[in-house]
Design a binder for this molecule. Structure first.
Ligand SMILES: O=P(O)(O)OC[C@H]1O[C@H](OP(=O)(O)OP(=O)(O)O)[C@H](O)[C@@H]1O
Ligand SMILES: O=c1cc[nH]c(=O)[nH]1
Ligand SMILES: [Mg+2]
Length: 215
């Protein structure tokens, strides 16, 4: 289980030696798409434990081969919201840890010229709006996509949301913090800054392209 280092009230940098090793492989431009996917899944699995620590349980009775026992089951199953495309790479690792999680896809891309998010697919699970939501997107750059995704989830009625990124830029952290101060941000790294095209430095390049081989 990965440890946590709280930097600011709303941001938690998850730290673990294995996380650092997998992240290095993600950053390496020589890592091919198939390996990139495996390392991203490993990172998601490691981050899932601290991210899910807040989940509430209710008591449940079972009978062991020896005697009755009281255990626990989740009070509410969480909803994973991967932001297409790059967020898809975090789904498998989270579902390894919590197989019952519901997945609600959200299609967003960042316009290359304006850097503004464009929403192209939504699928909100209205029956679960009071459940905990985990917004999954490995890259938090300008923060425009995350803010739009959080606006959308809240407009639909979601109230308990955590944002899970892998690499965050300070600019994105500040923007999300300003617009959605109630949403904790979990990340594996906070990088230096954005370049003039809105890419994270040193970052890892375009997470969607690296994952799906569309470079
Ligand atoms: O913080 P921002 O400046 O909004 O940038 C971050 C967004 O950019 C990437 O998506 P992209 O637009 O590349 O779409 P893709 O995942 O389909 O490649 C990334 O996965 C985030 O969604
Ligand atoms: O560095 C970045 C910035 C936005 N989106 C990415 O995939 N990478
Ligand atoms: Mg992309």
């Amino acid at each position: 289980m990965a440890g946590k280092v709280a930097l600011r009230q709303s941001m938690i940098v998850v730290d673990h030696p294995l996380l650092r090793v997998h992240l290095t492989r993600l950053r390496d431009r020589n890592t091919p798409a198939d390996q990139f996917r495996l390392h991203l899944t490993a990172i998601a699995r490691l981050m899932a434990y601290p991210v899910l620590e807040f989940l509430e349980t209710v008591p449940v009775s079972v009978v062991t081969p020896m005697a009755p026992a009281v255990g626990a089951e989740l009070a509410q199953v969480p909803i994973l919201v991967p932001v297409l495309r790059a967020g898809l790479g975090l789904v498998e690792g989270f579902r390894d840890v919590i197989p019952g999680a519901i997945v609600s896809h959200l299609g967003l891309y960042r316009d290359h010229h304006t850097l503004k998010p464009v929403r192209y697919y939504t699928n909100f699970p209205s029956a679960y709006r009071d459940h905990p939501f985990l917004l999954l997107d490995p890259m938090l750059a300008t923060g425009g996509s995350a803010v739009d995704a959080l606006d959308y989830l809240k407009d639909e009625g979601a109230r308990h949301i955590r944002l899970i990124s892998v690499i965050a830029a300070p600019e994105g952290v500040d923007r999300v913090g300003a617009s959605h101060p109630d949403v904790p941000i979990f990340t594996a790294a906070v990088d230096e800054r954005l370049n003039e095209s809105g890419y994270i430095l040193p970052g890892l390049g375009d997470a969607g392209d690296r994952q799906f081989g569309t470079l």
